[in-house]
Each structure stands twice: as C-alpha cells, then as structure tokens.
Ligand binder design. Structure first.
Ligand SMILES: *Cc1c(COP(=O)(O)O)cnc(C)c1O
Length: 436
C-alpha cells in the first residue's frame, strides 16, 4: 500500500514542528532513514489505528525520547549508581517514580523495565524460584505470552497451570479458578490480559490467592490508563505486585513498570530488575515516562479514558447491529473480540486483517475462545479504541467506522471497494491529525 509519500506527505500530515525539523535534519544526514520515517508518519496519519495495544503519544512524550539522556549509563538506582555524572538522571528517575506512585496510589514503583515482558520477568524472579507453579490464563484464551507460554522465559523456567474462560459466557469463572488454585497450589496467580474485554474482579482474585497462600500478580499492561483514572477498578490494594506497560492505554513511551505496596517485595523487585534481568536503564525513555505520567495526572486524561470506553461500547453495538458477534457479548473496557463467523462463516481473521489494511484500517486477527482455526488464521479480530480516541474520534463516528469495517469484509476484500474506502478514510483522517 502506498501513501502520499515521503517528506511532502509529512508536511501535509500536520506533524508537529519538531518532527518536521527531525525529518529535515535526517534528510541531509541519512536520507534513507529519513524517507522511511516520513513514510511511517504518513501511514499513521492516513489510516485508522484499531490495534488495541497501540496509541499515539503526544509530541512532548515523543520528543523527550530523542533527548540527551540517551547518552548516559545510569546502572543502579537514584543515589546508588555505578557511574558518575548521574545527578540529573537521579532527578528524572525520582520524578518518574513519584508520579507513578501518585497515579496508581501506591508506595513503590520501579520505572526501569524496558518493556512489559521484562517487568514480568523481574516480577517472576522476585516472587518465585525456578520450578515453582504459576497459575495463569493461556494466550489462546486472551492471556499474554509472558504469563507462561512454553517457549517464553515464563514457560521455560516455571511450572505453568492454566485456568480458562467459561465456555458459555466466555468470561472468567472465579469459582472454577478457585478450584484450580486449590488443586494446583500455585506460588503466584496472574490476572490481567491482552484480549479480554470485561472488567477484572481484583478483590475476588485476591480472596482466591489468600485461600491458597499465593501471591496475586496483576498485569495491567492493557488497562493501565483505565485503572489510573478509575475507569476500571484499581488492582490496589488487592494485588501484591502490579506490572504494566507504559505505551498502551497509558499513552506513554514504549516501556514497562512494576508497582507494589510491600517494602520487602519492593526490595526484591528492584534487585530482579537490576542487576537481575537488565543492565543500564533507558534514561531517555524514563524521562518520557515521567512526561506521560504527568499528562495522565491531568483531568483531561481521565476524560480521554472515559471516551475510550464509550467509543468501544458504541463500536461494539454498531458491529453487533451488522451481524457480527462480540465475544462475551460486548465490552467493559477499550477492546473487543469480534467473532466473524456469524456474519460470514468463510471469513477468517487473517483475510479480514489484510483486506482492512488495504482499505486503511489497521487491526489484528485474534483467536476467539475455542477457535477451530489455527492462530495464524483465526475466526476473530481484536479491535481497540485507544488510538482513534486520541485522534479525536467520538461515539458519533462509530457508525461510520463500523460501516467501513463491514463494507470491506462484506466485499471479501474487493480491490475497488477497498480503494474507495481507503480514499474516504484518508479524507476523514485529515479532520483528526496525530497529536502535535
Ligand atoms: C502487551 C502486554 C505485555 C507485554 O508488553 P511488551 O512491552 O510488549 O513486552 C505484557 N502483558 C500483557 C497482558 C500485555 O498485553
């Protein structure tokens, strides 16, 4: 798919001033990279992003990552570094930590994990010994690969026991989870998912953990923004350890974070991040995390999170009206899992993803619970509203969006239909510039 390409289109896509000067500077320093970055900016600007784990960061968050802090080694923690010259790095990391604690109303924060999976590695190492049992939802039911998938760190070094979803409601069945916990006696129980559209009852999970003497670990990678603003209930005071990414609904730079309220666990977590599983922290990213947390503490971010959920609810209703089935019947959060089969039994997630991309709508195929098709094909799509809500789309735009989705899928990816929709979306996108 080609976009209005390169630096011309970067001009026309209303990028902020710093992005344009970056592209101008790179055009002389490294025209190959400059062209690709400008094309990517144009792609983001001219398409609608429905990948539930993605978002568009502010210019402030973005450009903070391109700062002088990238030049520095700061192994260790504020006040206890293994390198000289860390005065301002201590200030930045402390600021990020303080804002994280305020945002999630908790006592301890480690802002160094390079990503969500790394946060989970450190949390596993802090809470368990190799060979101990972890109880989690497998990836095929909406869990994350870092919760126990065989080839992952988690599945390699720990004994993994699965819980599932209720086969009828497709929701968490807490009584069943409790039974499995009693039978398997896990050291850690994980809640928090990548493709689950319903609210999580953290208090109920904690009651189960307490019953079997396990730690409760809440991985709020997807819903962190919603938890921080009360749009989803908080994992505190229920979870012993909370891990998250900073780049999904939280709308910060790509990265991870670990939170807790227990001083003893906090010491272990710090040790397992550094030196346990990472070397030097990405201080330019930590600075950007501080900026994002500052934004998330503003009242406007709570309004944003409310709108994300309202948009998801409306999009789900509009798709239901057009003959699609929503897993669990709908959504409480920012995402939905769409079962394509009731609309067209031949339709696969893989085809839909490909056709929609051609038409300017970006999303991902996703297995639905008990999907008869293999993971590279699937019968479902995962759709999320964080990125389009950042661009300014509201509930009133959801019928149009659902119509585009249905037109493309209904046409079975007909080239001329996709071309027409893509033109309409490109025009539509001009009303909703990327953050700048
Ligand atoms: C996205 C996600 C992660 C991992 O994040 P990365 O930054 O990609 O490592 C961890 N847990 C859950 C539940 C996620 O959805």
């Amino acid at each position: 798919m080609d976009f209005e390409s390169s630096s011309d289109s970067a001009q026309s896509t209303e990028l902020d001033h710093l992005s344009l000067s970056l592209i101008a500077m790179l055009t002389s320093a490294d025209p190959d990279v400059a062209r690709i970055i400008a094309d990517e900016a144009a792609r983001q600007s001219q398409t609608l992003e429905l990948i539930a784990s993605e978002n568009h960061v502010s210019a402030a968050v973005m450009h903070t990552m391109g700062s002088w802090l990238t030049n520095k080694y700061a192994e260790g923690y504020p006040g206890k570094r293994y390198y000289g010259g860390c005065q301002y790095h201590d200030q930045i990391e402390n600021l990020a930590i303080d804002r994280a604690k305020k945002l999630f109303s908790c006592q301890f924060a480690n802002v160094q994990p390079h990503c969500g999976a790394n946060a989970n590695i450190a949390a596993f190492m802090a809470l368990m010994n190799p060979g101990d049992t972890v109880l989690s939802l497998p990836i095929k039911s909406g869990g994350h690969l870092s919760h126990g998938l065989k080839p992952n760190f988690s599945g390699t070094f720990y004994k993994v026991v699965d819980y599932g979803l209720d086969p009828v409601t497709e929701r968490l069945d807490y009584d069943e989870i409790e039974k499995i916990a009693i039978a398997s006696n896990p050291k850690v129980i994980i809640c928090g998912y990548s493709a689950y559209s319903r609210a999580i009852d953290f208090a109920r999970f904690r009651a189960i953990a307490d019953k079997v003497g396990a730690y409760l670990m809440a991985d709020i990678a997807h819903i962190a923004g919603l938890c921080a603003t009360g749009v989803h209930s908080s994992p505190f005071p229920h979870a012993h350890v909370v891990t998250t990414t900073t780049h999904k609904t939280l709308r910060g730079p790509r990265g991870g974070m670990i939170l807790c309220n227990d001083a003893e666990i906090a010491v272990k977590l710090d040790r397992k991040v550094f030196p346990g599983s990472q070397g030097g922290p990405l201080m330019h990213v930590i600075a950007s995390k501080a900026v994002a947390f500052g934004e998330a503490l503003e009242p406007s971010f709570a309004l944003y999170c409310e709108r994300v959920v309202r948009n998801a609810r409306e999009l789900a209703a509009q798709l239901t009206n057009r003959g699609y089935r929503l897993c669990t019947g709908g959504t409480d959060n920012h995402l939905m899992l769409v079962d394509l089969r009731p609309r067209d039994s031949e339709l696969t997630g893989a085809d839909a993803e490909k056709w929609l991309e051609t038409a300017g709508i970006i999303c991902n195929k996703n297995g639905i619970p008990n999907d008869p098709r293999p993971p590279m094909v699937t019968s479902g799509l995962r759709l999320g509203t964080p990125a389009i809500t950042t661009r300014g789309l509201r509930e009133v735009h959801m019928p149009q969006l659902a119509q585009w989705l249905d037109t493309v899928m209904g046409s079975k990816g007909d080239a001329s239909v996709c071309r027409t929709v893509r033109g309409e979306i490109r025009t539509f996108c001009r009303q909703f510039p990327l953050p700048h």
